[in-house]
Ligand binder design. Structure first.
Ligand code: BGC
Length: 252
């Protein structure tokens, strides 16, 4: 039974990369190497499936190990309902079924930031945390996971808050991809993050912010530049939180 699993495979599909690993679910750490391939241009379903098949075959995992797959979109009842950084074909798409048929095995399927939130709750910075924790992933987009007393409120999508007067999603302005695209310095990017986290703070009055995504390994370059009422810390599992959380879905 999946609920008794002590190891599972996690696949974290992002707008830029697809990462996977075998996870020790007791410790919440990767027990294999981390495998990564680029997300295929356009991120169409069949190409993403081929890339996921490739990472799983590189990991040489068998079907007896539970598999969790995380995806950068709203996920409800196995369907993907949005497509900010992937092909529009995912909108209203039976994604879980598509992966199960294509991989010829059962999977667990959820939003990428939500699973990172689950990983940090079970094994990281949100452990034993009371009140409202908001984890954000800063990558190609901005993902969010909202946890209240450890209970996830899924599909919060706080990367799509609007910047008043600019007609732009917050993620287009403040995601790590915006820093790379516009060649911003850490200080310039931190000004945008200051706007973003102050805004989220004013809406939700959280007790803790956790910052995930690839750039969280450089947290010492920008987190200290932010002035917030809410404590803000990097994800303990950095960019592996998505892989670990996807695998943890197998625990139910
Ligand atoms: C998507 C979210 C996702 C985030 C991080 C956003 O563009 O709408 O579903 O969690 O990117 O990948």
């Amino acid at each position: 039974m999946a609920s008794h699993a002590t190891r599972a495979v996690g696949v974290d599909i992002g707008g830029t990369g697809i990462k996977a690993g075998v996870v020790d679910l007791e410790k919440g750490v990767l027990e294999s190497r981390r495998v990564k391939v680029a997300t295929p241009p356009g991120a169409e379903p069949k190409d993403v499936l081929a890339a996921v098949t490739e990472v799983l075959s590189t990991l040489e995992v068998t079907d007896s190990i539970p598999l969790g797959v995380a995806f950068p979109a709203i996920v409800k009842h196995g369907r993907t309902l949005s497509a900010a950084n992937v092909s529009e074909k995912w909108i209203g798409f039976e994604a879980e079924k598509f992966f199960e048929e294509g991989l010829e095995r059962e999977i667990h399927f959820a939003n990428d930031a939500d699973v990172a939130g689950i990983a940090e709750h079970r094994y990281g910075a949100a452990r034993d945390q009371h009140g409202l924790t908001i984890l954000t992933t800063l990558g190609t987009g901005i993902g969010s996971a909202m946890l209240y007393n450890g209970v996830l409120m899924p599909n919060s999508e706080l990367g799509h808050l609007q910047r008043a007067g600019h007609g732009k999603d917050a993620e287009a302005y403040a995601a790590y991809s915006a820093m790379e695209r516009e060649e911003l310095s850490w200080e310039q990017w931190a000004e945008r993050l200051q706007w973003y986290y102050s805004y989220v703070e004013s809406l939700f009055s959280p007790d803790l912010f956790i910052v995930g995504g690839g750039v969280s390994k450089h947290a010492d370059k920008f987190l200290h530049l932010l002035e917030l009422k809410t404590p803000i810390v990097p994800a303990v599992h950095r960019n592996n939180a998505g892989i670990i959380g996807a695998a943890a879905l197998a625990l139910g």
